[in-house]
Design a protein around this ligand. Sequence first.
Ligand code: SF4
Length: 327
Amino acid sequence: MSGVIVETRDVHLTFGISAGIFRGKRPLRAVNGVSLAIEQGEVLGLVGESGCGKTTLARMMLGLLQPTSGTILIKGRPIQEFERLEVARLLQPIFQDPYSSLNPRKSVGTIISLPLRVQSDPRPETWRQRVEEIMALVGLPGRHYNSYPNQLSGGQRQRVAIARALINRPQVVICDEPTSALDVSVQSQILNLLQDLRRELGLTYVLISHNLAVVEHMATRVAVMYLGRIVEAADTDSLFNSPRHPYTQALLQSVLTPDPSLGVPDAQLGAAYPNPLEPPSGCTFHPRCPHAMPHCSEVAPRAVPTAVGHAECHLYDEDQGRPRLAS
Ligand code: SF4
């Protein structure tokens, strides 16, 4: 590891959601004060239930959405100081669904070389060779250069998407559920490919996934999101072996349910995932928390540092009259 490559400082993004013709708009705080520093070479797993804000946060890091407030820094410089294409050269996404992210009317060679054309790469005579090199690197046979996406399997299409993301040699790749649209049989092949590419090319990953097994396998550190905030962050071993935040504990227990992709079963927590337009007061997790105390519904917990990261929970905050339970 050598320094912070992407950082978010108290980043917020609020959308105005129409509440009806006569009722104006109501604020939906999709991201609500996120501070994260992503170290070069790490794999940061970003986990949480659908709608918790992880994809919105990733889109802000990519420069695709502007924060309402707060700062995003790339290599120590505010993202607004970069040209759009500069950000794209440094950070690239790989999306969940290779079926919809590839243009069905373009050949594989054209799709993978698109970033070279968009970036006006000055050496067009080298494009074909570079495409063939990156195809070999991601395990796509050269004979597919002139194939179309509908002639490929799901795993091959995701390899095309990965090749397109990597052809300009970005430093950070944001992998948004990179295997969840694939057959189980090819998921591990794609995950192993991503691991090999990270080592070979010195990449940094932000891995968004609701699949905790994938995150445990890939990530070096994990941040847990709930209603737009990072409620716990820790290195992967610590988080999976001794989760501190009650929400993290519930998420890990949900792995034992028949379909963990559905998130934390409401029955297990006693209440449904809250409506983000009407977030609970105090600690937003309090209606579902088995350890909630009276002041949890009144006072929002601060981020309490632990030996391995932080947890936003009064259970660990001496200032809230509780002994620190663990560090
Ligand atoms: Fe539960 Fe209170 Fe901690 Fe929130 S602050 S997670 S309600 S114990």
